[in-house]
Ligand binder design. Sequence first.
Ligand SMILES: [Fe+2]
Ligand SMILES: [Fe+2]
Length: 168
Amino acid sequence: MRASTVKKAPTTTPARPTESIFDALRESHERQRALCRQLLRSKPHTADRLSIFTALRIELAAHAAAEERHLYVPILMDDRGLSPARHALHEHHQMDELVEDLQVTDHSGASWMATAKQLSHKVHHHLREEEKKFFQSSGKILDDALKMRLAKRYRREHARMVRSLQTA
Ligand SMILES: [Fe+2]
Ligand SMILES: [Fe+2]
């Protein structure tokens, strides 16, 4: 088997002193997009397909948990944030269900790839909506000092979740 070209599961970059929560989140978004791309190109019956899927599953779960705790929660506390945060949480749940479907079926069949495409489509839609709408409305709710504190908390939580999912 050729050497794996799969991006290793998420590592944690320390927060830059002036980094905002949105910069930190975008870094994971790029990782998610790259892993989706690699997954759709992966060949059936290869170890690569499984390791890419595992890396994507861990990145999605760690990102969603850390984002919900350190962006959605403070946004939900503001009346203006209720509706967009509920919508985004619903999409996290839909992605969870697709990941669950991908964990229980044969990784090489056509139906597995059809579900993987659905997941990739959903991930791209969700990230675009967060970056184009949710981050803008959240930016008006949070002050600059809080945006920086949340970046540090998000990164710590993301790293903790990755460690715990990798050993699960
Ligand atoms: Fe996100
Ligand atoms: Fe999200």
